[in-house]
Design a binder for this molecule. Structure first.
Ligand code: AP5
Length: 230
């Protein structure tokens, strides 16, 4: 028997694309949504970074684009993400973070989800003013072991440079310099914002959140919006 949305307090839209400029808080909010709703979280940035650390020929190619703040070519990303999606139990729900990032990627994703009979439920956009983003990105520190994310001023760890959760030394991403962030913001404006137009023109459900608000407020807005739309 199908569960009714009214009788299940955890019921929420199941397949979601999470968009927003670099530093808007996609990774931060994705963690909270996954804790609440238990969907599968696939971050294209994390998947590409994992491929790089393997030292493969493909990894070397990715490094060149990512360290320059440029998008990785569509054919590479679509192939990697299609494989990652196909491996998951998407019945649990799917939160795609950072993918799609071009209209060609959005079309490829639609085709794949249509074949799987699992259409997209909503596009969640975390919007934030560019003046906030450079500071957020250059101040970000992450734990290479457990993935916890901090900010030197906004969300500092208890002991400087050390992860609260697992005690590992925190690191800064190679693409988190001011110069590279400006390039990433440019790529977002030119290549990723048209994806919002693509989904809007196709009548998809679009939810826009204010990423400039405190992070627990953004988390609450996101959870409420996904529950309300289910
Ligand atoms: P990716 O890893 O996806 O990076 P990004 O989109 O630039 O986003 P970030 O991870 O930098 O930011 P975020 O929005 O997750 O912010 P976070 O939550 O950490 O991509 C990296 C590269 O991979 C790309 O440049 C490209 O080369 C390649 N790539 C990836 N996907 C691709 C694709 N589909 N196609 C082609 N190429 C692709 O928060 C940032 C900081 O702010 C943290 O310190 C956090 O603690 C803090 N913070 C967050 N929210 C708040 C808040 N509300 N208030 C105060 N501080 C906050």
């Amino acid at each position: 028997m199908m569960k009714s949305a009214i009788h299940n307090p955890q019921s929420a839209i199941k397949r979601v694309v999470l968009m927003g400029p670099p530093g808007a808080g996609k990774g931060t909010q994705a963690k909270r949504l996954v804790e609440k709703f238990g969907m599968i979280h696939l971050s294209s940035g994390d998947i590409l970074r994992a491929e790089r650390t393997g030292g493969s020929e493909l990894g070397e190619k990715l490094k060149k684009y990512m360290d320059a703040g440029e998008l990785v070519p569509d054919e590479i990303v679509v192939d990697i993400m299609a494989g990652a999606i196909a491996k998951q139990d998407t019945e649990k729900g799917l939160l795609l973070d950072g993918f799609p990032r071009t209209v060609a990627q959005a079309r490829a994703l639609d085709e794949q989800l249509e074949k799987m009979g699992l259409p997209l439920g909503a596009v969640l956009i975390i919007a934030a003013d560019e003046s906030l983003l450079v500071d957020r990105i250059t101040g970000r520190r992450s734990c290479p072991k457990c993935g916890a994310v901090y900010h030197v001023k906004n969300i500092p760890p208890a002991k400087e440079g050390v992860c609260d959760a697992c005690g590992s030394e925190l690191a800064q991403r190679a693409d988190d310099t001011e110069e590279v962030v400006r390039q990433r913001l440019d790529a977002y404006r030119k290549q990723t914002e048209p994806v919002i137009d693509y989904y809007t023109a196709d009548g998809r459900k679009i939810i826009t959140l204010d990423g400039g608000s405190p992070l627990e407020e953004v988390a609450q807005q996101a959870a409420e919006a996904l529950r309300a739309g289910s």
